[in-house]
Design a protein around this ligand. Structure first.
Ligand SMILES: Cc1cc2nc3c(=O)[nH]c(=O)nc-3n(C[C@H](O)[C@H](O)[C@H](O)COP(=O)(O)OP(=O)(O)OC[C@H]3O[C@@H](n4cnc5c(N)ncnc54)[C@H](O)[C@@H]3O)c2cc1C
Length: 335
């Protein structure tokens, strides 16, 4: 048994991959941050359920897709990261015309799959560098579309391995916000839900007790060639407006009602502002890029500074869209 496995795991019963001390910089698009104590990448859904049935109740569990909306602090993560990207990857067309997509499927693959089957309406997913699970968790969207508009139903599992079918009616869904309506972990009672237009300070998120493993999505019948053309046009738009040549996590702050975070940040003269290796992008003011050697602390400090300056100069409190998790590195303990 690997040193990093809690004694309770019987890995001989599992088919996935368990590893210890995994740098989360490898699994987050900011390419920064500390290590996960343990990581489990299940072989498939059955294997995930077997893993969850073994999970000690006290073991913290973090669900990660492509890490494109995630900052892991330099002191790392206690417990186990469940890595669903590269794990739950099934994608198929159902008899009723809906698309079944497992949580680990990347948005780009979903968009291409839909176009291949002459479906329209998934094009916006092409430029979102996250998984279906992460998109459902964030209600990801762009160019006037959001993922939950397309959801017929979702499949979830909880920590004990119980599988559930849910629909949009079970959730509070808003702008970059999704939370179970029922009370408890993941619901408002435990800090998972945030009323529209309001965000808690980071790290606001309790560890999920229930998470997404698959979704059935409904797209319109249409012309696949036009969908592919639309995908190319949307990607070109992103290349022109976003600093995709450097590690980043997309928009750092949510847009406040009736305004744009990027506009406010630029108006405050913050474009190009640096802390260590983190920099407010010159190309898109709501992006913070890792210029090479940024620590998670550099990025978090820059987020705090931007927020403070914008608040001071405009009176508007910007709320982070990115999720910040993990422990701070103790002062005097390395980089
Ligand atoms: C260049 C760039 C452009 C971007 N553009 C957009 C955009 O246009 N629109 C947009 O909305 N976002 C955008 N993003 C942000 C990001 O891609 C989305 O938020 C995406 O949905 C995150 O998916 P992920 O798999 O990477 O999630 P992660 O970053 O891995 O996780 C994000 C959160 O979701 C939770 N989560 C992940 N998987 C699950 C699951 N299966 N069940 C429950 N919770 C889960 C995690 O615990 C975490 O709290 C962009 C990011 C980048 C880097």
């Amino acid at each position: 048994m690997n040193m990093s496995e809690p004694k309770q795991f019987k890995t001989e019963d599992l088919r996935g991959e368990m590893s210890g001390g995994v740098p989360m910089s490898r699994h987050t698009s900011w390419r920064a941050g500390g290590a996960a104590e343990r990581m489990y990448q299940p072989a498939d859904l059955d294997d995930l359920l077997a893993f969850l049935r073994q999970l000690p109740p006290e073991e913290p569990l973090h669900v990660v897709g492509l890490g494109s909306n995630l900052l892991v602090r330099d002191g790392g993560l206690h417990g186990t990261v469940l890595l669903l990207h590269g794990a739950l990857g099934e994608l198929r067309l159902e008899a009723d015309g809906s698309v079944y997509a497992e949580a680990g499927v990347p948005g780009a693959k979903l968009a291409r799959f839909a176009a291949l089957h002459n479906l329209r309406g998934a094009e916006f997913c092409a430029g979102i560098p996250g998984t279906v699970g992460g998109m459902l968790a964030m209600n990801a969207g762009c160019y006037g579309s959001e993922i939950w508009e397309k959801v017929l139903r979702v499949q979830t599992v909880d920590r004990s391995g119980e599988v559930r079918m849910r629909t949009a009616e079970d959730y509070e869904i808003g702008y970059r916000h999704v939370a179970l309506k029922e009370k408890g972990e993941g619901g408002r009672e435990k800090g998972g839900a945030v009323p529209e237009g309001f965000t808690l300070p980071s790290p606001p998120f309790s560890l999920p007790q229930e998470f997404f493993v698959a979704a059935w999505l409904k797209f319109e019948a249409g012309d696949g060639a036009i969908a592919r053309q639309e995908i190319r046009a949307l990607l070109a738009k992103r290349i022109a407006s976003q600093p995709l040549n450097l590690p980043n996590a997309g928009s750092v702050f949510r847009n406040p009602p009736g305004d744009h975070a990027a506009r406010l940040i630029q108006q405050c003269g913050l474009k190009g502002r640096r802390i260590g290796g983190a920099q407010v992008s010159e190309k898109h003011a709501n992006f913070i890029v890792n210029t090479g050697e940024a620590t998670a602390a550099d990025i978090e400090n820059l987020i705090d500074e931007v927020r403070a300056v914008v608040r001071q100069q405009t009176g508007i409190d910007l709320h982070p869209e990115v999720r910040i998790i993990g422990e701070k590195r103790e002062v005097g303990n390395g980089k």
